[in-house]
Ligand binder design. Sequence first.
Ligand code: KIV
Ligand code: ZN
Length: 516
Amino acid sequence: MSDKIVKIFDTTLRDGEQSPGASMNMEEKIQIALQLEKLGVDIIEAGFAAASPGDFEAIVNISNTVTNSTICSLARALERDIKAAGEAIKSAKHQRIHTFIATSPIHMQYKLKLTPDEVIKKAVDAVTYAKTFTPDVEFSCEDAGRSEMPFLKEILDAVIQAGATTLNIPDTVGYRMPEEMGAMIRELSEFVQDRAIISVHCHNDLGLAVANSLASIQNGARQVECTVNGLGERAGNAAMEEIVMALKTRKDFFDGLDTNINTQEIIPSSKMVANISGIYPQPNKAIVGKNAFAHESGIHQDGVLKHQETYEIIKPEDIGLHDADTIILGKLSGRHAFAQKITALGFQLIDEEIDKSFERFKRLADKKKEIFDDDLRAIVTDEIVKVKEAYTLLNLQINDCMNGIPSSAISIQHNDEIITDAGIGNGTMDAIFKTIDRISTIEGELVDYRVNAVTEGKDALAKVTVKVIFDNSKPAVTGHGLHVDTMLASARAYISALNSYLATKDILRKKSGEGV
Ligand code: KIV
Ligand code: ZN
């Protein structure tokens, strides 16, 4: 590897998935992993194998599918976690185990209730055991940002001797200022020398995750952990697109450092992650926000028209943002053109999925004048990422008259049976969700509801994202629904959450042996 390359370790599928409401199902994770591979990320942290059977299976499937990027599973410094991680990644062409333990006084004393010596022992044991599965082992000092330098050096020295090849220094709670972060990484890089690669993992609690990552790179870090759109716990992780474009745009400042990222895949990746997670970047978000290249003021517009670089330091096409994005397949487009277009948008579908998505596209083309790339992304995401459907919406009628009682009548297919029922509610949406509960006999509590217009215009597709707790069993599951009619999109989103809930229960049941 050139010493001018900073490795991109993407944790969208692990830390990103820890964002409230961002949980993803298996198909969704596989599509994102394939897109991350296309984007050129060096390492994909595909999940936390010991966290749940669903996480484990997702890592196995990603390991079987992705060939260019290294596939990594997170593991606490515990034998059972490391075993699960090792088993989950075993079919990956390039494998890594990422094990961690907290090193700050506050975490060691209150969370782990361990002495520093006990922490070092656990770290060494974890790395030694992880090495029995793969030579590529990363060790993280959780909460390194609030850890003491002499202790960091001691534990890093010990894990290097046990065989760790990458040493990750997380600012877990986003506490450090860029200058401090840079100084810490400088001192650790000088201490470690070329015995291992120094990595950083910065959280954004003070809005400094990217600044801290860049300061670390300047001071010797050669791997950064980040997520697409900055998704992640609390205020999120460092945004991959911002780090990559800062290095590319200011190569002069960063002494020629670069990444292996194919920057033209940044927008497709951002859109896929937003569509799947239901968490959309704020409009003024750097690089991928809707307004990042919009020029509202007349002076700016005039300048850009005369010479693009007057107000743009990045060419939109360099990140995969093209005017052709507004381009349109029509009502008469055939399956072949459709299939080519969705492949160009980054999806890898099997024939059956293309057929289903194509049917959806044709139906939409009957209702909507112009179909944009974003419509196609939304349709395909909605169609392919469906888990096995225990319940399918067949028909919905609503009565939302201003002075009457809001009600809904719904027909749903469940196995070979068609069930029809009706219900009333405090509003139309409430009536719909209650009727679905009556049909399924599974009670749901709606804890979040969001609606986004996929494109502009009165006939835009509505994308509804819901979070629902079924049967009082936490955590909430996420569901998505898409339709030009918001009520239909809402009913679909609720049913998709129900199907996800049942699919997860199914995995748990199989795992515990009941269903086999
Ligand atoms: O923020 C953090 O410290 C983490 C570690 C597990 C790397 O996510
Ligand atoms: Zn983290």
